[in-house]
Design a protein around this ligand. Structure first.
Ligand SMILES: C[S@@+](CC[C@H](N)C(=O)[O-])C[C@H]1O[C@@H](n2cnc3c(N)ncnc32)[C@H](O)[C@@H]1O
Length: 328
């Protein structure tokens, strides 16, 4: 119990206005995570991202900027469907995968330079296929969706806080990654999206982590097998939620095959800020972006402040999708 609430220590003084970035862990975390998890290959949820984008932004060829593109599967699916995609990720264990996918899935892009992928230091997954090999999705859906206008995929190993991009995009998307660092860091990124990258009338599509499901799962521990998706190691995952900072904490630790023990020195934790829709509206203030639409699993969330819904699907959602539009 905290006797005096004024003694609660907030490293970030005012989380809606701070200027102190809390990003030091981000690149090391995702670089190591890129070693713990191999590329998953194209799966149904990558194709779903294309379907979401085309449903919300139209099917005609779009110029797309994907931030934090990871190993690039969603970007490759979009390029393969005819869109021109620039995929940015700063992790040296992830960004080269995007280039490898670009080689395989978009054959017409002259800007893609082949690059050697040095994977010799990594333990191969027992079931791992070739980099970028397309797997049949969980639903068994056929993978080849070809467009008469084959798109392009440009991979950039860069930090999205300082990368220079000389064009405007119809869509800026950030799947499954928004919320690292402080609120000021999110605002910095949102301002770049509105003032430098997005065309007037364009859309930012951003997965926003929601606090409720993470709160319900806090304290849970899971053991995940090596073959769970693309995991290179058997791992222990611990879920936690920091109720003061509004962040989930997600800790992964490889388990030694012989001893069955976690090597705690190799545990890595990501800390991600969650925003419910009302908090997101506060975050967006003065960023040049407005919330145009939000949805959970394809079902719209009412943005009407008069609407109260105590049974909403957002209770069970790890995240929801926000469509942001530049202010007129
Ligand atoms: C949780 S992963 C999501 C990857 C991918 N979007 C997906 O859904 O599979 C977040 C990604 O964002 C990248 N990232 C985080 N901060 C970044 C930054 N400042 N610049 C570029 N990439 C960043 C990480 O390297 C990581 O690959």
């Amino acid at each position: 119990m905290v006797a005096d609430p004024t003694q609660i220590h907030f490293p970030v003084k005012n989380s809606m206005n701070n200027t102190t970035p809390a990003l030091d862990w981000v690149k090391p975390y995702y670089t190591t995570a890129g070693e713990y998890w191999g590329p998953a290959g194209i799966e149904d949820h990558h194709r779903e991202r294309l379907a979401i984008m085309e449903r919300l932004c139209g099917p005609s060829p779009l110029r797309v900027l994907e931030l934090g593109a990871g190993t690039g599967e969603a970007a490759a699916v979009m390029a393969d469907a005819g869109h021109s995609v620039v995929a940015v990720d700063f992790s040296p264990t992830r960004a080269p995968r995007i280039e490898a996918l670009a080689q395989k899935y978009t054959s017409t892009n002259p800007s893609i330079q082949p690059r050697e992928i040095d994977d010799t230091s990594l333990k191969p997954l027992p079931s791992e296929g070739e980099v970028g090999e397309e797997r049949t999705g969980r639903g068994g859906e056929s993978s080849s969706r070809k467009s008469p206008h084959q798109g392009t995929l440009t991979a950039l190993e860069a930090d999205f806080y300082d990368v220079s991009l000389d064009r405007e995009f119809d869509v800026v998307c950030y799947w499954d990654g928004f919320g690292v660092g402080s609120d000021a860091d999110q605002r910095r990124l949102l301002r770049r999206i509105s003032s430098e990258w997005l065309k007037p009338g364009g859309s930012a599509l951003i997965d926003i982590f929601s606090p409720y499901q993470w709160t319900l799962e806090t304290g849970k521990e899971l053991i995940l097998g090596r073959n769970h998706e693309s995991h290179r190691f058997k791992q222990r995952r611990r879920l936690n939620f920091d109720p003061l900072q509004g962040c989930f904490l997600d800790t992964w630790c490889p388990i030694d095959d012989e001893t069955g023990l976690c090597d705690e020195s190799r545990a890595i934790t990501q800390k991600i800020r969650c925003y419910n829709p009302a908090d997101l509206l506060l975050l967006l203030e003065n960023t040049g972006l407005s919330l145009a639409h939000a949805e959970v699993n394809g079902v719209a969330i009412s943005l009407d402040p008069q609407t109260t819904d105590s049974t909403h699907s957002i209770w069970q959602a790890w995240s929801y999708l926000a469509q942001l539009k530049p202010n007129a």
